[in-house]
Design a protein around this ligand. Structure first.
Ligand code: SF4
Length: 406
C-alpha cells in the first residue's frame, strides 16, 4: 500500500483557512520575512503575511516564469532571488495563484512591512519596493551576519532593534505594547517549533516516516502560523501520527538503501518528480537545512526580546562556514546520513553552501560522498532536469557501492 501521511488532510484545511482569512477587510496585516519577528507583530494583533511564502507558491504552481520577466523590465537582475522577482512580477501583472485556489485578488494589503536581513540583503530591496508602491511604513532589522558563535553583544544589538519596532507597531495597530501578550505568543511559537523539531527528528528512525519532500509541505504552519495555537495543535497531531508509524516500523520507503541529506533550497516546481525519483531508487532524503530553518531552540518567554533576538540571529543561514560545517556534521551523524546533495540555487547564494568548498571539505572529514546540483528555487531556466537526474542517479549508485565496500 502506498505510504500516506494522513494529517495532510488537516494541514490542507489549516492552510486554506489561513489564506481564506486574507479576504477579511477588518484585519490588519503585517508583512514579514520568513525568519522575521512574527511573534512581536502578532502580539499587536496583526495577522502576518510572508511574501516568501507567496514566492514559494509561485514556484510550486510553476507560474514564476511568467512573472520574473516583469521584474527584469524594472532592472532587477535574473541572478537575484527568484522569490523576489517572481513576487514583484506577480504584483506588477496583477496575477497570483491565490486567485485560482482561494479566489483572492492578491496577497492582503499591509499596514506595516518588516524585514530582517538575518537571511539576506535581498529582502531589504524587495520589502522596500512594496513599501514604496503601497505607501506603507517599512521597518528593517539588520543583525550582524555570518557569525561563528552568537555573542551577548550581538544579541543585545538585535534585541534593541526589536524593541525599536514597538512605537511603529503601536502607532499602526492602535494597540499599546503588552509584554504578557508577547510572552504568550512567543511561548506558543516555542511549543510549535519544539514539536516541529520532533516531527523532523522522527526521520532519524529507519525507515523514516517523513521525507524532505513531505516536510516542505508540512512546514506551512510553522512558517506562516507560528505564535498561534493552530500551529501548535497541528504539530501535535502530525507528531503523534509519525511516532505511531515509527513504532509500527512503517516509513515512506519499505527498505532504505541509502539515506541522504538535502542542503539548500527546494526546487519548488519539481518537488513531485524529485520525490518520485528518489523513491524509485530506494533513496530516502531524510533531513535538510531548509526545513530545519524553522527550529528555534532559543525562544524563551521569560526573556522574550533577548531570546527571540538570539533565535533569529543564530539561524543556519546567518552563520560562518565553519559553524555551518559543524552543524551539518552533527546532522549527518544524528540522521545516519550516507551522502549529501547540495543544491546550488542560481538566484540564492545565501542558501547555497557549495560555493566555497564545503562539499569537498565535508567529504574528507565525514568520509561520505557529496554531490552538487545546479538549479533554482523558482526559476526553472536554471535547472537542467535530464542532466540533474543522471547526476543524482549516479550519486545514489555511488553511495550504495561505497556502503557495500564498507
Ligand atoms: S534567502 Fe534566498 S530565497 Fe530567501 S529571500 Fe533571500 S535570496 Fe531569496
Amino acid at each position: 500500500m502506498m505510504y500516506k501521511i494522513e494529517s495532510a488532510k488537516v494541514l490542507k484545511e489549516i492552510m486554506a483557512n489561513y489564506f481564506l482569512g486574507m479576504k477579511s477587510t477588518e484585519k490588519k496585516y503585517a508583512w514579514c520575512t520568513s525568519v522575521g519577528p512574527a511573534e512581536l507583530l502578532r502580539s499587536f494583533g496583526f495577522e502576518v503575511h510572508f511574501p516568501e511564502n507567496h514566492g514559494a507558491l509561485l514556484g510550486t504552481s510553476r507560474t514564476a516564469g511568467d512573472y520574473i520577466p516583469e521584474s527584469s523590465k524594472l532592472g532587477y537582475s535574473n541572478d537575484i532571488c527568484s522569490y523576489m522577482t517572481a513576487d514583484i512580477g506577480s504584483f506588477l501583472k496583477k496575477e497570483t495563484p491565490l486567485t485560482k485556489h482561494y479566489q483572492l485578488d492578491g496577497p492582503p494589503k499591509p499596514s506595516i512591512i518588516v524585514y530582517n536581513t538575518n537571511q539576506c540583503r535581498e529582502v531589504q530591496d524587495w520589502f522596500n519596493f512594496f513599501g514604496k508602491e503601497l505607501g506603507c511604513p517599512v521597518f528593517g532589522i539588520t543583525p550582524p551576519r555570518h557569525l561563528d558563535e552568537v555573542k551577548q553583544e550581538e544579541i543585545d544589538d538585535v534585541a534593541t532593534q526589536f524593541r525599536n519596532l514597538i512605537p511603529l507597531c503601536e502607532q499602526v495597530s492602535g494597540i499599546k505594547f503588552d509584554i504578557d501578550r508577547f510572552r504568550e505568543t512567543l511561548k506558543l511559537s516555542k511549543e510549535a517549533t519544539d514539536l516541529w523539531k520532533q516531527v523532523l527528528w522522527t526521520a532519524t528512525a529507519s525507515p523514516a516516516p517523513i521525507s524532505f519532500f513531505d516536510a516542505t509541505i508540512h512546514m506551512g504552519p510553522i512558517v506562516v502560523l507560528r505564535g498561534t495555537q493552530i500551529a501548535k495543535d497541528y504539530y501535535k497531531v502530525l507528531l503523534e501520527e509519525l511516532q505511531g508509524n515509527v513504532n509500527k516500523g512503517i516509513g515512506f520507503l519499505e527498505k532504505e538503501k541509502s539515506r541522504i541529506y538535502w542542503d539548500g533550497m527546494p526546487i519548488w516546481g519539481k518537488l513531485r518528480p524529485l520525490s518520485e525519483l528518489f523513491i524509485q531508487n530506494n533513496a530516502a532524503i531524510v533531513a535538510s537545512t531548509y526545513c530545519n530553518s524553522w527550529v528555534f531552540d532559543a525562544f524563551d518567554e521569560r526573556h522574550p526580546f533577548e531570546s527571540s533576538a538570539k533565535a533569529y540571529t543564530e539561524i543556519f543561514i546567518n552563520r560562518s562556514e565553519s559553524a555551518k560545517e559543524k552543524i551539518l556534521s552533527g546532522l549527518v551523524h544524528d540522521f545516519h546520513i550516507d551522502g549529501i546533495i547540495f543544491h546550488d540555487a542560481k538566484t540564492c547564494a545565501n542558501n547555497s553552501n557549495s560555493r566555497f568548498g564545503m562539499p569537498q571539505r565535508l567529504r574528507e572529514t565525514l568520509g561520505i560522498p557529496t554531490l552538487v546540483i545546479e538549479g533554482d528555487l523558482c526559476d526553472l531556466r536554471f535547472y537542467s532536469e535530464g542532466q540533474s537526474i543522471t547526476k543524482m542517479e549516479t550519486f545514489i549508485e555511488q553511495i550504495e557501492s561505497s556502503k557495500v565496500l564498507i
